[in-house]
Design a protein. Structure first.
Length: 410
């Protein structure tokens, strides 16, 4: 029997899938988080793109030696304890990241009802959103997949509108005034920007999920992964550059829906409402999909076979996400968003570093995984000490849990 239909995706189509999965809710609130730095934060985007390409190339190298997913490759190369640590840290990262996505939904709903995205209302609305996403998952994975696919089509509109159409309204004088809004030296600015913007590149590892659908995986996996990362990075840079030429930095900082506010300046209120609705819809679809992935991921930590999602497991995840919402409550939505994405990215970097070590262990090209490992280590070393402690503490706790479980098995 021919299996040709199963491998029906070429390199270009796969590249668009990778870029489409990355672009969206990850960037919806980032301009507001960067407003204190200014347009000079483009240096952080450049560093994040370079680092993402190194990590992506490392995952491609791993993908050519194993059909396992990212965590599975760590387990195969470094042993079961390392695999468990990677899975546990990645699961916590996903839980934290889900809250950031939910905050993006809250922010863009606030464009319609401003009170939702201000003050104490933020935590309450965001908690309701994460619980609703968990309840939605009771409908099953097939429905969640359809919902997320429909959200993706609309969700690209806000970013592409600003990235491409924003240049028609670009004010070079405003961009110059917004260029550097901090007295810090350039290296500090670049690092501070990098720590924030790498959030938009999380999910680059999802490319390995489509490897089995590629017509020529050996050739197309690298093209799809690196091409998708590069395309998303260019669109990110275009969108953020255009926004700093459209709006004053203080307006961007105060905005809970920066792409909708930029659309308001470009084309007026009616289309801006459509942009805000598209952004909220895309973020809600992303959240529903990630709640599904996170819940299934927790099941795999125990080594048990996958089973249909039931409410008890979804309820536990909803409760954990609500706890994160309440524990990170901040004076403004943008402050809470920045805190959460920093924690999420710190955990992801630890997992990416383990993947780089796994690639080195497997042999082959050593330069790329060494570069990826150096990037991850420097990112963590130069970041906020709080998030380094969080990532390393989670890893240590996961290792301890694995040792306890192994002892009980004996």
């Amino acid at each position: 029997m021919s299996h040709a239909p199963a491998r029906s995706i070429g390199a270009f189509a796969a590249m668009m899938i990778v870029a489409g999965n990355m672009i969206g809710s990850g960037i919806y609130l980032l301009p507001s988080s960067l407003a204190d730095i200014g347009a000079i934060s483009l240096t952080g985007w450049a560093l994040a793109l370079a680092g993402s390409l190194l990590v992506g190339a490392t995952l491609v190298q791993l993908g050519r030696t194993s059909e396992a997913d990212m965590v599975g490759q760590v387990r195969e190369a470094l042993g079961p304890m390392a695999g468990f640590v990677a899975a546990a840290v990645y699961w916590v990262q996903a839980l934290i990241g889900n809250v950031a996505i939910a905050l993006a939904v809250t922010g863009y709903l606030g464009f319609f009802w401003p009170g939702l995205a201000q003050g104490s209302g933020v935590a309450g609305v965001t908690a309701v959103i994460v619980v609703a996403a968990a309840i939605l998952n009771l409908a099953g994975a097939a429905m969640i997949a359809r919902y997320e696919a429909s959200a993706l089509a609309l969700g690209l509109l806000p970013v592409l509108l600003v990235a491409l159409g924003g240049w028609l309204f670009f004010d070079s004088a405003r961009f110059a005034a917004n260029w550097s809004l901090t007295a810090q030296p350039l290296p500090s600015i670049a690092n501070q920007s990098l720590q924030i913007v790498f959030w938009a590149f999380l999910g680059l590892e999802s490319a390995s999920a489509i490897a089995g659908l590629l017509r020529n995986p050996e050739r197309d996996l690298g093209r799809a992964t690196l091409g998708g990362i590069l395309l998303a990075g260019v669109i990110y840079c275009l969108a953020c550059t255009a926004m700093f030429g459209l709006m004053e930095a203080k307006a961007i900082k105060a905005s809970a829906a920066p792409f909708a506010d930029a659309a308001m300046l470009m084309v007026g209120g009616s289309l801006a409402l459509a942009v805000a609705a598209a952004a909220a819809f895309k973020a809600s679809g992303t959240l529903a999909g990630w709640v599904l992935v996170t819940a299934q991921m927790s099941h795999s930590l125990t080594g048990a076979e996958e089973a249909p999602l039931r409410w008890p497991r979804l309820a536990v995840h909803a409760a954990l996400m609500v706890a994160i919402v309440l524990a990170t409550a901040s004076p403004t939505l943008n402050q809470q968003f920045t805190m959460i994405i920093n924690a999420s990215v710190g955990c992801s970097m630890l997992v990416y570093a383990l993947c780089a070590v796994a690639a080195l262990r497997r042999g082959g090209n050593r330069l790329v995984p060494l570069g990826a490992l150096a990037f991850c280590v420097l990112f963590l070393a130069l970041g906020d000490l709080l998030y380094i402690k969080l990532a390393l503490g989670l890893a240590a706790l996961a290792a301890l849990c694995w040792l306890v479980m192994e002892q009980r098995r004996r």
